[in-house]
Design a protein around this ligand. Sequence first.
Ligand code: ZN
Length: 80
Amino acid sequence: MRETDESIPTPNTDGLTNRERLRWHLTSALASAESPETKAHLRGALAACQYLPPTPLVECPLCGKVGLPERIQVHECRQS
Ligand SMILES: [Zn+2]
């Protein structure tokens, strides 16, 4: 389990994109929100998530592997 700066439990972030983490946090917040106004804001944020532009893929300058930025950051580079 990786250390995070979050004080609430989060799913294992390996294999989760930042967008998936964002959705997870918003969904969790919605589940525990009590104020109707807060819920409305969270539903709006979740809806907005769906219309974000796709994350552009990046290429590792060393081995040429292509993928999501957060995956490339942690990939096992063949050149290292
Ligand atoms: Zn690489």
